[in-house]
Design a protein around this ligand. Structure first.
Ligand code: SF4
Length: 335
């Protein structure tokens, strides 16, 4: 039996920001795919290219940014070839996005109810009454108390956690096949974070929605994603099934991210690891491995030769010359 084609298939995507100082290569030749209902965690520091990848998929890159190469196939159709009008039919209806700050997704001058019903009327052609019923049911699904009453409230009348629930309701209204959640809980307090994450992923599961969860925190994706890919300096540097990647990280950067997450089962009182240095300039990234100036294991080969990239054809990949060859516990040295 032939396997189902991927829901999303990104090939050699390049998104650059064309500035007076030079081209900022925010996303620089990444390839990956997602199947229906899959949960993929995309992890990396700020500036690694995670959010630009999301914006490229949604067709939300604005000048001076530009997708300069590659393909983004969604259900077999290359999104990069669609007009803005065609993209508007896909955005929100088939692919939805949740941003970090709920106020960027909600219009402060309209009630929550009118924003939800508007979405249903535009994307699903519902009558005003039908849309009202579905919107109130969806507010109830995301555990907004007294949904009929809150339907008439404005975004500023909700707490941060409740606002993000409204945004989740809005994102799931049209039953999208793919939900991109870009740091969806970073702006919330710790208690609300766990509740909102559970809620979002529970609802996505019920509906068979694939979820791309973007975060800087490997700890956040641990319990939620089947697969994880780690981005650094515009590239995917490691990917794999979550269990394998957490148990056996092969890239020193992934290892560093994991070591910097506090663990409840570790009472050793040792200082958390921090990756030295800062992310490189993406106008002129280092030759060779882009991580070498910060890597505790770098050799001369790393400075001069670029490691083979993760091209997306194998379930577990690592873009390091020495993947699996050294002991990350004991071999730290560096050039
Ligand atoms: Fe470190 Fe070299 Fe591997 Fe890059 S290729 S991660 S510099 S050991």
């Amino acid at each position: 039996m032939t396997p189902d084609p991927p829901l999303l298939d990104v090939r050699d995507l390049r998104t650059y920001f064309l500035t007076d100082s030079g081209d900022v290569r925010a996303v620089d030749g990444i390839s990956f795919s997602m199947s229906k209902g899959e949960r993929l965690g995309v992890v990396g520091e700020s500036g690694s290219g995670k959010s630009v990848t999301a914006a490229s998929i949604m067709g939300l890159i604005e000048p001076p940014g530009s997708v300069v190469g590659g393909q983004i196939r969604f259900r077999g159709q290359d999104l990069l070839r669609l007009s803005e009008r065609e993209m508007q039919k896909i955005r929100g209806r088939e692919i939805a996005i949740i941003f970090q700050d709920p106020m960027t997704a909600l219009d402060p001058v309209f009630t929550v109810g009118s924003q939800l019903t508007e979405t249903l009327r535009i994307h699903r052609g519902m009558s005003r009454q039908e849309a009202r019923t579905v919107a109130i049911d969806t507010l109830a699904d995301v555990h907004i108390p007294s949904p009929e009453k809150r339907f008439k409230d404005y975004p500023h009348q909700f707490s941060g956690g409740m606002r993000q629930r409204v945004v989740i309701a809005m994102a799931l209204l049209c039953d999208p096949a793919l939900l991109i959640a870009d740091e969806p809980t970073t702006a919330l307090d710790v208690t609300s974070q766990a509740q909102v994450m559970d809620l979002m992923l529970g609802l996505a599961d019920d509906r068979g929605t694939a979820v791309m969860l973007i975060t800087h925190d490997l700890g956040v994706v641990a319990g939620f994603c089947e697969n994880v890919q780690v981005m650094y300096a515009g590239e995917i540097i490691e990917r794999g099934p979550a269990g394998q990647l957490y148990a056996n990280p092969e890239h020193p950067y992934t290892r560093g991210l994991l070591e910097s997450v506090p663990r409840l089962d570790d009472d050793s009182q040792t200082k958390l690891y921090s990756i030295r240095g800062v992310a490189p300039s993406m106008i002129q990234p280092p030759r060779g491995c882009r991580f070498w100036p910060r890597c505790d294991y770098a050799t001369d080969k790393c400075v001069s030769e670029r490691p083979r990239s993760c091209c997306g054809d194998s379930p577990k990949e690592c873009a390091c010359h020495f993947a699996g060859q050294f002991n990350l516990e004991t071999d730290r040295a560096g050039v």
